[in-house]
Design a protein around this ligand. Structure first.
Ligand SMILES: Cc1ncc(COP(=O)(O)O)c(C=O)c1O
Length: 457
């Protein structure tokens, strides 16, 4: 059969609230045109993020009831540890309350002034944690990875030549570790090939630099490898995953993505001395090493989710449902970052709204209009998130002006996605009416979360 169906039946449902355009306009005004500042209840289809928004399975909920809430040595921890070790092969498995807690612990140990951390593309919390330690976060995406229109199999790859040239220039002693983010969230949810992971490892090995994976979407990445890298076409995804992790010395993970849970994360690594330091920090800020900021029931749900995410029917449905959204939008002429990624479609706001200058944040304009017209919540990944004002007071725009439609795991059906397509196409047909926004208030860091906007007059 050609139709790839949702590989689950729905046992428990949650109503969604229908609102009018007038009600949504009022909500937007009250939320200062920042979709992070509006009540989720007033959103019809919430594509703000795929992080922590998944629907758990019956087995995960059953696991929640089995959760052992002992402070130390809980049975749930051992189940979690065994599952993470089975998948990653790492010696030390350290639970954290989410991905950024693993990043904070890791970089407060290995970071610091005068250090550099290379990555194919840092996610914003990873960058913030590297830079908060005093180190510098440096990205090495490939040229094709930076071109939103190029259709290529592995646009998440690391630029290997640029990486090696950088290591030689700054010296390996100033690089405590190198990271590869799978899939590459900031670069459009694009996958990294096994060959690129292997070659990155080879460069790191030559200079004795440990390699860490930012493994949030490891299963989606592995499914892309199976689909697009010939040598892996008939290999089980589970084995591909194992090979990916075998190239690395450690990983940070936000379980809120490919462990299909609402909260959790971990740091996993082989280095005994580093693990000891990490556990000491963990006790200070997250909790005892057998729970690390999580309840026993959360550890159970993660262990079960890590099993379910490797189901090949699930992964096929997951990649196909995102691809379907991308295909339909492309057919309607809507400019999107090509090809569709693993967890999201990224609308190219610069092309969508060529009449809105980057100084007026075309991405924000599109985010507001998707909500106003259809109650859809999305997120700007452009100059609101990454734009800067330089020391001369000049506006420095982001590399791309994108709007991300992130698809929560197992939450929406194909008819929800068909509705999303209709709303985006409707916005596209009325794009000439849309105007820009200006920022009227912003915090010093990570401004997209709380900045206040007003429409440009
Ligand atoms: C690639 C990547 N790394 C790290 C994180 C941070 O994870 P968390 O939100 O669990 O702190 C995210 C979250 O979106 C991510 O996409």
């Amino acid at each position: 059969m050609k139709t790839i169906i949702e590989p689950f039946k729905i046992k428990s449902v949650e109503p969604i609230k229908f609102t009018t355009v007038e009600e949504r306009e009022e909500t937007l005004r009250k939320g200062f045109y920042n979709l992070f500042l509006i009540p989720a209840e007033d959103v019809l289809i919430d594509l703000l993020t795929d992080s922590g928004t998944a629907a758990m399975s019956a087995d995960q909920w059953a696991g929640m009831m089995r959760g052992d809430e002992s402070y130390a040595g809980a049975r749930s921890f051992y189940r979690f540890e065994q599952k993470v070790r089975e998948i990653t092969g790492f010696r030390h498995i350290i639970p954290t309350h989410q991905g950024r807690a693993a990043e904070r612990i890791l970089f407060s140990i290995v970071g610091g002034k005068g250090k550099y951390v290379p990555n194919n593309s840092h996610f914003d919390t990873t960058r913030a944690n590297v830079e908060f330690s005093g180190a510098e976060a440096v990205d090495f995406p490939t040229a094709e990875g930076m071109d939103p229109d190029v259709v290529a199999d592995f646009k998440g790859n690391m630029d290997l030549e640029a990486l090696e040239e950088f290591i030689r220039r700054v010296g390996p002693d100033s690089i405590p570790l190198c990271m590869v983010t799978v899939t590459n969230n900031s670069g459009g949810g694009q996958p990294v090939s096994m060959q690129n992971i292997r070659e990155t490892k080879e460069i790191c090995r030559r200079y004795s630099i440990p390699l860490f994976l930012d493994a949030c979407r490891f299963a989606e990445n592995a499914a892309f490898i199976k689909k697009r890298e010939k040598a892996y076409a008939s290999q089980p995804v589970k084995e591909i995953v194992r090979e990916m992790f075998s190239c690395a010395d450690g990983a940070t993970m936000s379980a809120k993505k490919d462990a299909i849970v609402n909260m959790g994360g971990f740091l996993a690594l082989n280095d005994d001395a580093l693990a000891l330091q990490a556990r000491n920090l963990l006790i200070m800020t997250e909790g005892f090493p057998t729970y690390g900021g999580l309840a026993g029931r959360d550890l159970e749900a993660i262990a079960q989710g890590l099993d379910e995410v490797l189901d090949e029917h699930y992964l096929q449905y997951r990649l196909r449902s995102v691809e379907y959204l991308g295909e339909r939008l492309t057919a309607a002429g809507v400019p999107i970052l090509q090809p569709p990624g693993g967890h999201a479609i990224y609308l190219n706001a610069k092309k969508f709204l060529p009449h809105v200058p980057v100084t007026d944040y075309p991405g924000q304009s599109l985010v507001v209009e998707l909500y106003r017209r259809g109650g859809i919540r999305s997120v700007e990944i452009g100059s609101v998130m990454f734009g800067k004002t330089d020391s001369a007071g000049q506006f420095v725009p982001a590399r791309m002006e994108l709007v991300r439609l992130a698809i929560p795991r197992r939450v929406y059906t194909q008819s929800h996605i068909d509705y999303v397509i209709e709303v985006v196409v409707d916005c596209f047909e009325h794009r000439s009416l849309m105007r820009g926004y200006r920022i009227v208030e912003e915090p010093p860091m990570l401004r997209h979360f709380t900045a206040r906007f007003a429409p440009v007059a």
